[in-house]
Design a protein around this ligand. Structure first.
Ligand code: PMP
Length: 314
């Protein structure tokens, strides 16, 4: 197995050498933005497929712009660095890659300007985040999703994630798998690390971007394949809390969680309390696609070891 490797201070180094000082601004104030990119292992092909790297890089750049962080690498360079990192780490299992742009100055003082920025990458093995078979039992969190006018909600800001961490811990210590956060006006926003989708009257419904959600790449993917492969209609609108309880199905989407059915909310069974047929079909199609099984979506995949490049989209 190769030495675990990170990209840190402009070069690839052994992960154990990639350390920041205690005075680092980002560590003290959360002044950083990040991404999470999945590498999905296909054992039969001996290939690791990175999922929608370009879209993650684009969102990283947008998060950085909102937060006045500068990113000194171009998109193509970043895509290459991510792939290179994955190859150097040599994993033969599902992984998670973390790009980050952070305030690297070792200085005390709350602000975003007049500080140095840096970029890093690391990778770690990463299995299932929520149980994809059993589905997730969720609770409505007592914590409200951070408002875009407090901390930009569509940016993946490191410091913002204390909001999510509080909600996740409240849910797990209360015996649930995941939290569903409402926004400031009491409408459904998202999970602690996932977007949420309801099925009602045969249509998929998901909160609109102005409901303080993160504009999820897995959500975009799931809604696209739901329309293209399952022929479903999709609606983006504000969702009331009580709609959760009467939905025919609910599922969550996220880089970590993939597509995970929700089987219970606040101890109310969703549908018959088991993963619903639409959620299961969508999940199957999604898993097939991210591991290189659907050539029409090949443009979303970056093969790391380039053993079995999937055919390009026709
Ligand atoms: N919401 C939050 C708060 C998240 O952290 C994530 C994970 N990045 C998502 C939604 C899902 O986004 P994506 O599908 O792009 O991973």
């Amino acid at each position: 197995m190769p030495t675990p490797t990170a990209f840190f201070q402009g070069k690839f180094v052994p992960l154990e050498q990639a350390k920041i000082g205690v005075m680092t601004h980002a560590f003290n104030y959360g002044t950083a933005v990040f991404e999470g990119i999945r590498g999905n292992w296909n054992g039969e092909q001996g290939e690791l497929y990175l999922f929608r790297v370009r879209e993650h890089i684009e969102r990283l750049r947008q998060s950085a712009k909102i937060m006045r962080l500068s990113l000194r690498f171009g998109d193509d360079e970043l895509v290459d660095l991510v792939r290179d990192l994955a190859e150097r780490n040599g994993h033969r299992e599902d992984i998670y890659i973390r790009p980050m742009v952070y305030k690297s100055s070792e200085v005390v003082g709350v602000r975003m300007h007049d500080l140095e920025d840096d970029f890093l990458l690391f990778a770690t093995p990463f299995g299932a985040y929520l149980d994809p078979e059993a589905g997730a039992r969720c609770m409505t969190s007592s914590w409200r999703r951070v408002d875009d006018n407090s901390i930009p909600a569509r940016a993946k800001v490191n410091g913002l994630y204390v909001n999510n961490a509080l909600a996740k811990t409240e849910a797990q210590l209360s015996g649930f798998d995941e939290a569903i956060l409402l926004n400031q006006d009491g409408h459904v926003s998202e999970g602690s690390g996932e977007n949420i989708v309801l099925l009602r009257h045969g249509r998929l419904i998901s909160p609109a971007p102005q409901d303080n959600i993160l504009e999820g790449i897995t959500l975009d993917t799931a809604l696209e394949i739901a329309q293209q492969e399952l022929g479903l209609e999709v609606e983006r609108r504000t969702i009331d809390r009580s709609e959760l309880y009467i939905a025919d199905e609910i599922f969550m989407t996220g880089t970590a969680a993939h597509v995970t059915p929700v089987v219970e909310v606040d101890r109310v069974p969703i549908g018959d309390g088991r993963p619903g047929p639409v959620s299961k079909r969508l999940q199957q199609t999604y898993f097939q696609m991210i591991t290189g099984g659907l050539p029409q979506y090949a443009e979303w995949l970056t093969p790391v070891y380039r053993k079995a490049p999937v055919a390009a989209k026709s």
